[in-house]
Write a protein that binds this ligand. Structure first.
Ligand SMILES: [Zn+2]
Ligand SMILES: [Zn+2]
Length: 323
């Protein structure tokens, strides 16, 4: 333990400046209400907790969906935000992974049951019992609501805190904690590696992460867009700079039966684009290679789109049906 590390037990925390202090944030008081200043109390930090002063928090489209209660009954007041980057302000007496002053991040969840088979395997994001989402969720007591990163600070068990490299800009790296992992996990799982012909459908928040990560992994990247204006506005040269080729929908024929991996990032991609890009029929369809795999990464605005509510969707996919 370094000398500059603040080491306090639960009792001391109760008297510290951290505990009992009001946290200021922005919250939606009811579904569809505009965000407004909202003050609340974080929990008393425990022995394994890390207190993070939040410096940046990304805005994820799921923040909007949940604040509008588009994914079913939500918990209000709601403080959104699950792309959190900040600096460790204090640590509990048994914290081993962090010290005061470290750069730290928090993603989509802040706790899990820790006892189910997935948690025991270190795959807490697939917890089959109770995931404590960073906001619009409950702590493991199934009662206490969680509040997200549109706020001054957050208190999280060290096992659910991520170390953020000092050489990454705090603002630019915050979106890695949701949008980034949402693409990185399926790209790795489906082996989007060197020489693989990989397509990213859509170029929004998820899509541009997918393009950069797939390129960095060594894949041969094609961006598929239904928007002709994207090509006109950005120009194909910008895509070549990151090693990608842009194809608008009237150019899909170039890719017919060639793509080994397709990652859909458009909202509701399964409904609107899944068959068109990966399956049979429809003009320009059948883009997947014989042994290809198509994966829907975007979550639509309705929970019945089949993906929302379980991070397990990161590894599920549909395969080419022609073989
Ligand atoms: Zn998100
Ligand atoms: Zn679990």
């Amino acid at each position: 333990m370094s000398v500059d590390q603040v080491s306090v037990g639960a009792d001391q925390f109760a008297r510290s400046k951290v505990s009992g202090k009001t946290t200021n944030g922005y919250g939606a008081l009811t579904a569809k209400a505009k965000l407004a200043p909202f003050s609340f109390e974080r929990r008393q930090p425990r022995e394994h907790d890390v207190v993070i002063d939040i410096e940046y928090c990304g805005i994820c489209h799921s923040d909007i969906h949940q604040a509008r209660e588009e994914w079913g009954e939500a918990i209000f007041p709601m403080v959104p935000g699950h792309e959190i980057v900040g600096t460790v302000k204090a640590v509990g007496s048994k914290v081993k992974k962090f010290k005061v002053g470290d750069r730290a991040g928090v993603g989509c969840f802040v706790d899990s049951c820790r006892t189910c088979p997935e948690c025991r395997r270190g795959l807490e994001q697939y917890c089959s019992v109770l995931t404590s989402w960073t906001y619009n969720g409950r702590e493991q007591d199934e009662t206490t609501p969680t509040y997200g990163g549109y706020s001054e600070n957050v208190v999280v068990d060290e096992n659910y805190v991520l170390r953020m490299p000092e050489n990454l800009a705090a603002d630019g790296s915050a979106p890695l904690l949701c949008a980034g992992i949402t693409l990185y996990s399926p790209l790795k799982h489906w082996q989007a590696g060197p020489g693989k012909k990989v397509a990213i459908v859509g170029l929004g928040g998820l899509g541009h992460m997918g393009v950069k990560l797939a390129h960095a992994l060594g894949a041969e990247v094609t961006v598929l867009t239904g928007s002709g204006s994207l090509l006109r506005d950005l120009g194909s040269g910008n895509f070549r700079q990151v090693g990608a080729t842009l194809r608008s929908n009237h150019q899909y024929g170039f890719c017919r039966h060639k793509l080994e991996r397709i990652f859909e990032t458009v909202e509701g991609g399964r409904r609107h684009g899944g068959r068109r890009h990966s399956g049979e029929g429809e003009r320009g369809g059948g883009l997947l290679h014989r042994n290809g795999t198509a994966k829907s990464c975007g979550v639509g605005n309705r929970r019945d789109s089949g993906d929302a509510g379980n991070a397990g969707f990161l590894r599920q996919a549909q395969h080419c049906q022609r073989c």
